[in-house]
Design a protein around this ligand. Structure first.
Ligand SMILES: Nc1ncnc2c1ncn2[C@@H]1O[C@H](COP(=O)(O)OP(=O)(O)O)[C@@H](O)[C@H]1O
Ligand SMILES: [Mg+2]
Length: 465
């Protein structure tokens, strides 16, 4: 038994003998995942199903293999039991093969398959470019995509940028929980066949650029006979799609939006280099709470870089409330408008409505005129904490106004210069906290209403419900 395919074949014939049925795709995914020392949540993510489904199918699978591998067989000891059963030397080869992971799409779901490295490297026909419709995918760092509604126009914009306009650098920015990671995952599902490699990396642990580049190169080099020297070389040689999530973690707190942490400035150069690189079909997607200044500048220079400001969901937002089991459907639009069609905020508020009002949206809304924040407060505090002093001052100023404010109107008590307050407003807009509205020929600015309510409640805590 010298690779995972052999293990799968072995398990398949064993189970076929016992039940008359072959291994199911989920059983194959479980075996493959467990052999690669993946945990059930990771396998569920790869297979795009719930963790409880993997658990259920997993226990059925171990039950069927117990006769062969021992009564105490489970996911943790499967590998060692298999090792005991078959020769160690054969299985050490298996360990080597575990690195050669391919993803194929079976019935719309990702399944990982393993190829023998010898066969792969000696067969040019096996190179990813020649394997139409089976990109090599690593989504181990990505969150799980549960229910997904709407985003039709945003998805078509992103697809147009990537597939037609050949945009090389895309930033998806917006408030936390607005659905940035979700839309990026959905996008992958829809355009995966256009790429040879797809990799998702989260910057939540603030890896340095060189650490990230090493990881990317390791991933790209898995199926290449001769490793290439730089990430840029892979971007030129193959069609690579790289998604960097939680990019705000490499930006500083307490300063204007999108300024790199000390020691992370080289990321900015790297992004710029990728955007300016010609003759390639790869794409880098940055997912962030903030839009960086370089990206704004690259866009302004008409470089192949684009930014999508992700806002609330569209018409299907009510599905989130339906899924939660709320009642009084005639009042849902009001609730959705108050919470800006923000999926995460609505999920949280729906839980409160269930806990306090047995799911009755009418009774919740009848309780007062202020926006109820409850469990949203810590989320809003993260956003407030990240602001610079000038942004905080401008936010407090905007929070005290009932209407959107003309940028040329300086409040009397504003200690900021005109240039400082303009920069602060621009920066708040790059965080999605301030929005522009047209009033006649003039631009007026207002704070996100929920964020505004939070600032007001901080100023006057007794007023909170
Ligand atoms: N299009 C959508 N339809 C339904 N739920 C969504 C959608 N987008 C996001 N959500 C839900 O909102 C929550 C936050 O989404 P996520 O993508 O993690 O936000 P972000 O990456 O912007 O912080 C998740 O629980 C997700 O399931
Ligand atoms: Mg996210």
């Amino acid at each position: 038994m010298n690779n995972i395919e052999d293990v799968l074949q072995w398990a398949d014939s064993l189970i076929f003998d016992k039940t008359g049925k072959p291994l199911t795709p989920i059983q194959e995914a479980i075996l493959t995942g467990v052999l690669q020392q993946q945990k059930y949540p990771q396998i569920a993510q790869t297979f795009k199903c719930s963790e409880s489904h993997v658990k259920k199918e997993g226990s059925k699978l171990w039950e069927k293999l117990r006769e062969e591998l021992g009564e105490d067989l489970n996911k943790l000891n499967f590998r060692s039991k298999l090792e005991k059963k078959h020769s160690v030397s054969q299985l050490s080869q298996l360990g080597h093969c575990l690195l050669q992971v391919d993803n194929v799409n079976i019935g719309g779901q990702f399944i990982q398959t393993i190829k023998d490295p010898q066969t792969r490297s000696h067969s040019p026909a096996e190179s990813p470019q020649n394997q139409e419709r089976s990109p090599i995918i690593d989504l181990t760092d990505a969150p799980e995509l549960l229910s997904f509604y709407d985003r039709i126009s945003e998805l078509s914009t992103l697809k147009q940028w990537i597939l037609q306009a050949r945009t090389r650098l895309i930033t998806i920015y917006g408030l936390s929980g607005i659905g940035k990671s979700a839309i990026a995952l959905k996008l992958i599902e829809e355009i995966q066949t256009e790429f040879d490699y797809i990799i998702w990396r989260s910057l939540s642990n603030t890896p340095t650029l060189s650490t990230l580049q090493i990881e990317l190169k390791q991933f790209f080099s898995r199926s290449q006979q001769t490793p290439l020297p730089t990430v840029i070389d892979y971007f030129r040689a193959s069609r690579c799609l790289v998604i960097l999530d939680d990019v705000q973690n490499i930006f500083t707190s307490g300063q204007l939006a999108g300024q790199y942490l000390a020691g992370y400035e080289d990321y900015g150069k790297f992004f710029k280099q990728l955007a300016n690189l010609s003759h390639h079909h790869s794409c880098l997607i940055l997912v962030s709470w903030e839009k960086s200044r370089e990206i704004a500048t690259l866009e302004a220079e008409n470089r192949p870089a684009r930014t999508l400001h992700l806002k609330g969901l569209g018409e299907q937002t009510g599905e989130i409330l339906r899924e939660k089991g709320l009642i009084d459907e005639e009042k849902w639009t009001e609730l959705i408008t108050i919470y800006q069609s923000h999926p995460c905020w609505l999920n949280i508020i729906a839980t409160t409505i269930i806990e306090l009002f047995n799911g009755s949206v009418s009774r919740f809304l009848a309780e007062g005129n202020d926006i109820f924040l409850g469990d949203l407060e810590p989320l809003l505090e993260y956003h407030l904490e990240r602001l610079s002093e000038s942004e905080k001052q401008v936010s407090y100023g905007l929070a005290s106004q009932a209407e959107a404010v003309d940028i040329s109107q300086q409040p009397a008590d504003n200690a900021l210069s005109k240039s400082e307050s303009w920069k602060a407003i621009q920066s708040l807009a790059r965080r999605g906290l301030v929005e522009k509205v047209q009033v006649g020929a003039r631009s007026h600015f207002h704070l996100n209403p929920v964020f505004k309510a939070y600032i007001q409640s901080k100023f006057n805590p007794l007023k909170t419900k």
